[in-house]
Design a binder for this molecule. Sequence first.
Ligand code: PLP
Length: 385
Amino acid sequence: MKRYIYADNAATTKLDSEAFEAMIPWLTDCYGNPSVPYSFSRSSRKAISDARETIAKCINAKSDEIFFTSGGTESDNWALKGITQYETENVDSSVRSTVITSLIEHHAILNSCKSLERLGYPIAYLPVTNEGLIEPITLSTIISGSTKLVSIMLANNEIGTIQPIKQLAEIAHKNGAYFHTDAVQAVGRISIDVKELNIDLLSASAHKFHGPKGIGFLYIRNGTNILPYADGGAQEKGFRAGTENVASIVGMAVALNNGCAEIQAETARLNMLSEKFIEEINQAGTDFIINGNQCKRLPGSINISLRQQNAEMLLHRLDLKGIFISTGAACDSKETKVSHVLEAINVPSDYAEGTIRITFGKDNTTDDAISIAKAIVSIIGDRNH
Ligand code: PLP
């Protein structure tokens, strides 16, 4: 019997045991600073270079297009600010080019945009359909010659919807803009080929694919004009200065390589867990809707809204039973706040406050899916009587 059921893999994931093993030497005996030329540091340098190559292969990039960062938030900030401000600094100091993004991005993007807006950069926010998808035609009608960057997430962190990135990138390029995607939720969970998608920048974060926390990367296509993120030493070709986190870089590469090797088998298995869960709560006659497109979504990612329920209460009751999932609505002292994503997809008001997110991962079983559904049904039943 498990002590608990963790089904919040979109929030973070358990560290892959092979990744952990691979990290140990770099936290203990092999502590040489990779930037120093003596032989003691040679192995650290090689470990970083091998990891860069492994990661590049996983997304079909070149190894010199991978830049290590502290995670998704930093990668997103760098992409947005580095691209827009490059032009202002290097081409024309009066230029403030437009950025186009969407209403359902993660706050790492939305708040970077707010910060750019304060500096005078115009930002346009694309709406989504009620299924959480961005229609390429919407981008086509809004984009213009003054757009420098289009940033659209690959997969949404709340509802799991996967956007038509290739078509969107094509529209951006036709109009002379760069294309960035926040792929934090997608990397290691679905196959990604940056050349096939024809994108210029991609953000990733290791803790979402069973790597360590506090490490990630930004893919920057060769030839892209971008400002460095941090000034200092010559690390990351002078674009992101600071002594490298060798152990985490190594752990991230192992986790991603393992994750990518399992994508095909895991996709089928995780989809089956989602089906089992839905089947179980359906059978109990629960009144709910599923949010987001049901086909174009991350495997194992479920977002449902239960009619006239309170998600926070449900979360606490599940917590008492040792079940960990997430909500799409949070209470402050006065009212329940529905997330910006649920607002953008127009979840009906009598359902929105009862929104929960379940994200299965590699440690979840069919029993977990059924137990979570049964627990939800039982809590709702208690409340209704
Ligand atoms: N972007 C998306 C879509 C995310 O889901 C997250 C984390 O939840 C982030 C960015 C931020 O990543 P990190 O936690 O590595 O800073």
